[in-house]
Design a protein around this ligand. Structure first.
Ligand SMILES: NC(=O)c1ccc[n+]([C@@H]2O[C@H](COP(=O)([O-])OP(=O)(O)OC[C@H]3O[C@@H](n4cnc5c(N)ncnc54)[C@H](OP(=O)(O)O)[C@@H]3O)[C@@H](O)[C@H]2O)c1
Length: 273
């Protein structure tokens, strides 16, 4: 129903890079027609040009009062890019920003505090419909607006609603940036396999399938991640030998992950200053 309404009134996407294009593919998959989408991006990808051949409006004028306008440019580019969609502030279009660190207050100052603003933090597994996005809105946003944003974002994965915008920084540090930590885990697990004598392609295949399989099991199983870890760990066996290093309170993953997530969270706060 909601996606029908978006399809009818139109969706504007400002910035269609890694995150914008990941979400766009999900929306097209869910049945939003290319003709309902307007993309503004100075250097469109080949894929966007292909979609323009199917009716997507590329760097064209804005539709009259679109249902939603998604802001997906880098935080540092937002000030330059935003005037291109300033007209959406005249209607009742929902403005949904996915920019890290950039506060609702910033958009209220730039567009006016009468505008319905939703701030969201998605992640790139959205490209395969397995993202998770946190959302929150300003005072102008009504429940039905959040329902619309939620339905749109559910097209690319799970959605959680939060009350306190300040939590967005930590959410960015955990799930927004988190896929990169997991990809780095794959890289380092494969490199460690190579160091133990495995061929590079085999090491990468093992590491990739192990992380993907463990992730799927963690999501599907009723047991906690701690229990699933214990299920792998035989007393006096190989996993216990590795976990002694990985779980070391002083030098293992716990202090390292604390520092990494804190660095991302702090950077999100800085971007908002
Ligand atoms: N990537 C992620 O995992 C992720 C996750 C959550 C949130 N985010 C947020 O999503 C936003 C986009 O990140 P991204 O990783 O997708 O970056 P990106 O790949 O650089 O995408 C941004 C896009 O905006 C375009 N752009 C630059 N200036 C513009 C302008 N004036 N008007 C319209 N478009 C313009 C860029 O074009 P050029 O490349 O030609 O400059 C690029 O295609 C950021 O605010 C980021 O904080 C990203």
């Amino acid at each position: 129903m909601t996606l029908d309404m978006i399809d009818r009134r139109g969706l504007v996407l400002l910035g269609c890079g890694k995150m914008g294009s990941a979400m766009l593919e999900g929306w097209l998959d869910k049945g939003i027609r290319p003709a309902a989408v307007t993309v503004i991006d100075p250097y469109p990808s080949r894929r966007l040009e292909e979609l323009a051949g199917e009716g997507l409006r590329l760097n064209a004028g804005l539709p009259d009062n679109p249902a939603i306008c998604i802001l997906a440019v880098k935080p540092q580019m937002m000030g330059d890019a935003l005037p291109q969609v300033g007209d959406v502030a005249r209607g009742d279009t929902i403005v949904l920003s996915i920019a890290a660190g950039t506060s609702i207050g910033y958009f209220e100052r730039m567009l006016g505090d009468h505008v319905r603003i939703v701030r969201a933090m998605p992640n790139t597994p959205a490209a395969v419909g397995r993202g998770i996005t946190a959302i929150t809105g300003n005072k102008r946003v009504e429940d039905t607006d959040l329902d619309l944003a939620e339905e749109l974002l559910q097209a690319v994965g799970q959605v959680v609603r939060i009350e306190d915008e300040a939590q967005m920084d930590a959410i960015t540090g955990v799930s927004g940036s988190g896929p990169a930590y997991v990809f780095h885990l794959i890289e380092t697990l494969a490199a460690a396999g190579e160091a133990e004598g495995l061929a590079p392609e085999l090491a990468l295949q093992l590491a990739r399938a192990t992380v993907a399989g463990a992730g799927a099991l963690a999501e599907a199983a009723e047991e906690s991640p701690a229990q699933l870890r214990e299920n792998v760990t035989s007393k006096g066996g190989t996993t216990a030998a590795a976990l002694q290093i990985l779980m070391d309170e002083g030098t293992g993953l716990p202090p390292l992950m604390l520092r990494a997530v804190k660095a991302a969270t702090d950077r999100s706060r800085e971007l908002g200053e």
